[in-house]
Ligand binder design. Structure first.
Ligand SMILES: Nc1ncnc2c1ncn2[C@@H]1O[C@H](COP(=O)(O)OP(=O)(O)O)[C@@H](O)[C@H]1O
Ligand SMILES: [Mg+2]
Length: 284
């Protein structure tokens, strides 16, 4: 009898425990379901905002600027711009200090968006509708303020898309010809701790940023402190790696603008193509 009672009690406890496990499990599933329901829209909106907003463009072949007016501080700075840029062509962007060269170039790569008129990539994509994330993979934009990120020399190359170790070593050797490029230099030392001239800094920045996937290369005063020979070497490097890229160089240096086949002049509150390798330009 006692055994029977003991068995009944045990059975009761077992079934109570089982019921509790089942109901806790059910509660957990319900909570997970609600959690997923609330997280999913959040994840979707993050992915939409970061990656899928706009049209994907993997290479820039042409840029058509049509009836563009660029404003700064809500005032028009440049007006009536109609210029077409073609793949494989190099353009000097010239003009006095403060005329709007940098603002124009920033507008072309959607870093400045207070403008009217249109910028059309590849005859199809309006700058206002493209996916910035994908676009940035095919664009180089360097100016005097471009800086390294925290980390080693190798890390700085890698993060910008130059990943082949032998190529990195070769480029670093060409910039630091009198320094022993060892493991410590390349991988361990933070780049900010490496002594270098402003010319070496500029060359390193250019070599880190330019690669064969870039089809629009904008160098806004990014070649100052470099000798004519060094500038020629950089141009050859770009021509070898990205022969089809559109190259725009904003400069005050006559030597650089003279060697460019196309020249865009910014003055009198507008920008005009004043020399072209492909189109006869009428200037007045
Ligand atoms: N973020 C800004 N806020 C206010 N004014 C600006 C800004 N950026 C540029 N400007 C003004 O726009 C004009 C053109 O500047 P910028 O494009 O840098 O000329 P450039 O590159 O030809 O020297 C200047 O008068 C400058 O003061
Ligand atoms: Mg400028």
């Amino acid at each position: 009898m006692a055994v029977l009672i003991a068995l009944l009690v045990l059975n009761g406890r077992l079934s109570a425990a089982l019921t509790s496990v089942v109901s806790k499990g059910f509660q957990m599933l319900v909570s997970l379901f609600h959690l997923r329901k609330s997280i999913d829209p959040l994840l979707e909106s993050i992915s939409e905002n970061c990656y899928t907003r706009g049209l994907k463009i993997n290479a820039v072949n042409t840029i058509d600027i049509k009836n563009m007016t660029v404003n700064v501080s809500e005032q028009p700075l440049l007006s009536d711009i109609n210029i077409s840029l073609r793949r494989g062509e190099s353009y000097a962007v010239i003009g006095g200090i403060g005329v709007g060269k940098s603002t124009l170039l920033k507008t072309l790569v959607t870093l400045h968006d207070d403008y009217r008129g249109s910028i059309i990539y590849n005859s199809l994509y309006d700058a206002k509708t493209i996916d910035r994330h994908a676009f940035s993979d095919c664009v180089v934009y360097l100016d005097m303020n471009s800086t390294f990120i925290k980390g080693s020399v190798f890390h700085n190359f890698y993060i910008r898309g130059v990943r082949h170790k032998e190529r990195i070593i070769q480029l670093v050797r060409s910039v630091f010809s009198s320094v022993n490029i060892d493991y410590e230099f390349l991988f361990k030392t933070d780049i900010s701790q490496i002594p270098m001239s402003s010319g070496q800094r500029r060359k390193l920045m250019l070599y880190m940023t330019i690669n064969e996937y870039k089809s629009l290369i904008i160098l806004d005063e990014a070649l100052i402190n470099l000798s004519p020979e060094e500038i020629m070497a950089i141009r050859k490097y770009i021509a070898k790696l990205s022969p089809q890229a559109i190259l725009l160089i904003a400069t005050h240096d006559r030597m650089i603008s003279n060697m460019m086949p196309n020249v865009i002049k910014v003055d009198n509150n507008t920008a005009k193509l004043i020399r072209s390798s492909t189109v006869k330009v009428i200037t007045n």
